[in-house]
Design a protein around this ligand. Structure first.
Ligand SMILES: Nc1ncnc2c1ncn2[C@@H]1O[C@H](COP(=O)(O)OP(=O)(O)OP(=O)(O)O)[C@@H](O)[C@H]1O
Ligand code: NI
Length: 438
């Protein structure tokens, strides 16, 4: 404790089980069209060793949330507000003297420490896997070489104290596909033991004949095998938190299920924490302990699986549940929620519930932007919806044409014949509805 530290620490109220606490995170993109509110006032708590899901439609802000946590937001984007507290006593010790304001108990606010400290956590504290494994590998190096180099970089880094780690540009490829161009082969750094570890990692992620496969190039791998190799790459630094951004969307359903099983097994073996991003509630049901449902840059409902699957309050969650695809393959059809994903342009968002124009239960109350209310169920259950506080009252319903013509008729439906009632209609899977990751 320093003289400047407040008498009561906020971390006194925080569970020591929490490995990460995101508080009031806002991330904006400043584009020619205007300010895009990609993530707004988002709170997220993740316990050590749990698998937390973030689920929502394309464009709801899931990837921006993930990239904000690992400090990968690029211009014209910027985190404009919030704190990202990471619970690690060694790191807290290391930065306490120079940055007392960034430390609260064993928690460190990653936004309040110098960039080099955040950089030093990539790969070791946090690692990220993406939907598209091709972009994480250099096509002109063998998979084994690239894994060995990732191992080497992490080894050399962990020989130094966390706050002063030397970095090389080459390690970035385990984190970021768009930094691929900076990757240079640097075989002189790769030791025999790193090569052995690379083969071990391939074996760990279930790649058959890992010694031989290590000598192959990325294009010689199938999509599922390359996804496994990317997971191996992300594990090279033995991260505390693995952020998996739609890790299975590009794969066929059988392979999807295998990759999810692999993540589950790895979580159990290593005890690492996983933040799993998906637009598929079936994946959440299979994998996660807790889940946050995102809409228009906000978490609109959160809780344990039972809260969200059985006791949900938010009509958006209800709509998503009508869209659960069959993960095992047969069918796999999704019923999209009627209406369009909202514009996140600041001047078009308005100060109302952002889902109101698609909501079959929108009432006068929804013209005010709802705070997060506690909801019935577990302590963790909360929703940004007035239905936590009052029953739906048809006499207060907004007229169907209240929001004009742009809503694809979503508001023409009355609740009794709303989203669930429309299920039999065959629709293309949400995966095909586009998004920046395609
Ligand atoms: N580089 C950028 N420039 C401008 N706006 C951006 C940029 N990246 C993201 N956005 C905005 O942030 C919003 C949220 O995007 P994000 O990628 O987080 O969505 P998502 O929930 O991950 O969707 P998907 O399921 O399609 O991956 C997008 O709708 C887009 O408007
Ligand atoms: Ni995304």
């Amino acid at each position: 404790m320093t003289e400047n530290a407040p008498d009561t620490q906020r971390s006194d109220d925080w569970s020591t089980d929490d490995i990460l606490r995101v508080e009031g995170l806002s991330t904006r993109f400043f584009t020619e069209q205007g300010q895009v509110n990609a993530v707004s006032d988002l709170d997220l708590r993740i316990e050590r060793g749990e698998i937390v899901g973030i689920v929502g439609e394309s464009g709801s802000g899931k990837s921006v949330t993930a990239r904000s946590i690992v400090d990968l937001i690029e211009s014209p984007g910027r985190i404009t507000d919030g704190e990202i507290w990471f619970n690690e006593s060694d790191l807290a010790e290391a930065v306490r003297d120079d940055h007392p304001e960034a430390v609260d108990g064993d928690f460190v606010d990653l936004r309040a420490v110098p960039e080099r400290v955040r950089d030093s956590l990539r790969g070791s504290a946090f690692s990220m896997i993406f939907q598209d494994p091709e972009s994480s590998f250099n096509p002109s190096l063998t998979v084994g070489e690239q894994l060995a180099e990732a191992v080497e970089v992490q080894r050399r880094a962990s020989a130094n104290p966390r706050s002063t780690r030397a970095r090389t540009s080459s390690e970035e490829y385990s984190m970021s596909n768009f930094l691929l161009s900076t990757v240079l082969p640097s075989q002189r750094y790769v030791s025999e033991s790193s090569r052995e570890r690379a083969v071990e990692l391939l074996e760990l992620v279930g790649i058959p004949d890992p010694v031989e496969r290590a000598d192959e190039y990325p294009h010689e791998y199938s999509g599922g095998m390359l996804q496994r190799a990317m997971i191996a790459q992300a594990l090279a630094g033995e991260p505390d938190v693995l952020i998996a951004d739609e890790p299975t969307t590009a794969l066929d359903v059988t392979i999807q299920a295998q990759i999810l099983d692999l993540l589950d097994e790895l979580q159990e073996e290593t005890g690492m924490t996983i933040l799993l991003i998906t637009h598929n509630l079936g994946v959440v049901a299979r994998m996660c302990d807790r889940v946050g449902v995102m809409y228009a840059g906000e978490i609109v409902e959160r809780g344990h699986l039972t809260d969200v699957f059985d006791d949900h309050v938010h009509p958006y969650t209800e709509g998503l549940l009508g869209s659960i695809p069959d993960l095992e393959g047969v069918g796999g059809r999704l019923e999209p929620i009627p209406g369009n994903v909202p514009s996140l342009l600041d001047h078009e968002m308005g100060d109302r519930c952002h889902f109101a124009d698609r909501c079959p239960k929108a009432m006068d109350e929804c013209l005010e932007h709802p705070p997060e209310y506690d909801a019935a169920g577990s302590d963790e259950h909360a929703a940004r919806c007035v239905l936590t506080e009052m029953a739906y009252d048809e006499s207060r319903a907004l007229p169907a044409d209240y929001f004009g013509e742009t809503t694809d008729g979503a508001r023409d439906e009355r609740p009794e014949e709303s989203i669930e009632a429309q299920q039999p209609v065959e629709q293309p899977p949400l995966e095909e509805s586009g998004g920046e990751t395609k």
